[in-house]
Design a protein around this ligand. Structure first.
Ligand SMILES: C[S@@+](CC[C@H](N)C(=O)[O-])C[C@H]1O[C@@H](n2cnc3c(N)ncnc32)[C@H](O)[C@@H]1O
Length: 324
């Protein structure tokens, strides 16, 4: 990297650091900064609809790809060596696996899709979570994968085909103001919201898009809130909504959700994440929520994930349920 690029990166990092010091301790920020210099781990999940666990393991062994497994993400592999070739192997193009961060897998595990349900993935491209939802449903039921951006929709479609996700329908609505989809009432909704994305900092060597988004934080949170309203309105009684972002800001996570819960106190409740995920993740940032909004018993069911602690992308998730 040239010294002028490094200088720009430093400037961007310093402005992010200033924000982080509002939420986190100095030790936390220093440890986070340290991990940004390191190569992030590579995770993948194998695709049960295409290949057995034994066969994928023997394929990796034959290609001298070493890995370890994770008890709470049964399809996940943490890759230790030879990961560079993973996106070029025939097994990849055959859809035997999907390269995906562990936190993203955990969001789908937490959503807990069931065969024969109808599930909406409201912001779906490039399809990492859509295809995992479909797999968990054993290709039964219906997944509606919605994506507004046409170019990203093409990638979504390619991944759906590659991963043999046969129960997926693609739609192209603006998630802030649904039209046709708004007639639906479904079992589960995933809202993996577009966000400022600073949780991806260690994977994006160019910090630029992240800081641009950060400067538009207010606009982003308004958009997320509208999407959350739409996502919630799609649920049947007892329906489940999994809200997630790859952002570390409190505005896009705890504050947004607490505000939503206080506006929908009669009809929305937070539910516990699966035990292993709840134990693995870090607690949400409770003490920064204004006392008039604070409903700690509800928001405390959310979890955060951090590169330097969990070896995942920076991530936030909470599971909500419609009560009627
Ligand atoms: C965080 S990404 C989703 C990643 C995806 N869930 C996955 O796991 O592969 C958010 C997506 O929302 C899409 N998006 C942004 N604004 C949108 C809108 N108004 N309506 C629907 N999708 C939108 C973006 O194009 C982007 O693909």
């Amino acid at each position: 990297m040239t010294s002028s690029k490094k200088g720009k990166q430093k400037k961007i990092w310093n402005s992010l650091k200033k924000r982080y010091l509002n939420y986190f301790t100095e030790t936390w920020v220093n440890q986070y900064e340290e991990i940004l210099q390191k190569t992030p781990p590579i995770y993948l999940r194998y695709n049960k609809t295409k290949i057995s666990e034994q066969r994928i393991e023997s394929l990796f062994k034959a290609r001298k790809i070493t890995y370890s497994r994770l008890s709470f993400a049964p399809e996940a592999f943490l890759i230790h060596s030879n990961w560079r070739k993973l996106s070029n192997l025939p097994e990849y193009y055959n859809g035997f696996y999907y390269l995906q961060d562990l936190a993203s897998m955990l969001a789908v595990i937490a959503l807990d899709p069931q065969p024969d349900e109808t599930i909406v993935d409201l912001c779906a491209a490039p399809g990492g979570k859509t295809t995992y939802i479909s797999e968990k449903m054993e290709n039964k039921g219906i997944v509606i994968a919605n994506e507004y951006d046409a170019r990203r929709r093409t990638t979504l479609q390619l991944n759906i085909e590659r991963m043999n996700a046969l129960n997926v329908i693609i739609t192209n609505e603006d998630a802030t103001l649904l039209s046709t989809l708004s007639q639906l009432r479904v079992n589960r909704v995933l809202l993996d919201a577009p966000c400022t994305g600073d949780g991806l900092l260690w994977r994006k060597k160019d910090f630029r898009p992240i800081i641009r988004n950060y400067n538009q934080l207010q606009r982003t949170t308004k958009q997320q809130y509208k999407m959350l309203e739409q996502a919630f309105s799609l649920l049947k009684c007892d329906g489940i909504l999994l809200y997630s972002t790859c952002s570390l800001s409190i505005e896009e996570n705890e504050l947004l959700i607490t505000q939503f819960l206080s506006q929908h106190a009669e009809e929305c409740t937070a539910v516990e994440l699966p035990q292993q995920i709840a134990q693995f993740g870090s607690k949400p940032l409770l003490d920064k929520i204004p006392t008039d909004l604070r409903e700690t018993s509800e928001i405390s069911k959310a979890r955060r994930f951090y590169p330097h602690i969990h070896k995942t992308n920076g991530f936030f998730m909470i599971k909500l349920q419609k009560v009627c």
